[in-house]
Design a protein around this ligand. Sequence first.
Ligand code: R5P
Length: 223
Amino acid sequence: MNPKKLAAEKAVEFIEDGMVVGLGTGSTAYWAIQKIAQRINEGLRIRAVASSRDSEELANKLGIPIVPFSEIEFIDITIDGADEVDTHFNLIKGGGGALVREKILAINSKRFFVIVDESKRVEHLGQFPLPVEIVHFAVNLTINKLKELGCNTRIRMRNDKEYITDNGNIIVDCTFEKIVEPIELNKQINLIPGVVDNGLFTRMVSSLIVGYNDGNVMIFDQP
Ligand SMILES: O=C[C@H](O)[C@H](O)[C@H](O)COP(=O)(O)O
C-alpha cells in the first residue's frame, strides 16, 4: 500500500466532530483530504482552512466546507506533509510552494500532525533545497543576502517563467551543504528584508506519522 496514504489516513483518525482542521498541500496531504471527505460523507462535521489554492480547490470538489483564514481564531488540528524531517522533528517544507500559509496554519494549531513516507526522514536537513519566499521587486538584493548565509540559490521556475506563489511572491530554493542549526538559520533568514518566510519549520510538530513501504505506519510524538 502507498506509504503516504497510510500515514495520511492514520492522521485523519485524530479528527473529531466540530473541529477546525488545517489542510496541508502536496501529494501526501492529498490523501488526508480524500480521507477527510470520506469521513464527512459518513457524517463528520468540521470546518477546514486550506494552505493553498490547490488544496482549497480539491476540498471544494470533494465537499469539504472551507472557511477563510480571516474567519477563524484557532485551528484544532493541521495535517500536512514535509520534504524532510530531522531527528528533532525539524522540517523543510515548501516543495510545493505553500510554505507561508502552511506555517501560519502549523503555528496556530493546537496539534500539528506531519505525515510522511519513510524516505523523508534524515539525520540533518539540507539535502532538499530550502524554499524561501521573497518579494519580487528586490529579488537580486534579497538573494545576495541569502547567499551571505552560505547557500547556493536558484529562483524557482515553472514552464519557463518564475513560479509565483498563491501570495503573489517568488521562491528562491537555497542549497546549504548541511543545516546543523535549523532554529538559528530560520531566524537569520527571516531577518533579511524582502524575505516573507522560509520552509524551516522548527519546534512545531506535535506528532510525526510515518508510512513504510512494507505497509506499517508509526506515530512518533515530539521528542
Ligand atoms: O509546499 C508544499 C508542502 O510543504 C508539502 O507539504 C511538501 O512539499 C511535501 O509534499 P509531498 O507530500 O508532495 O512530498
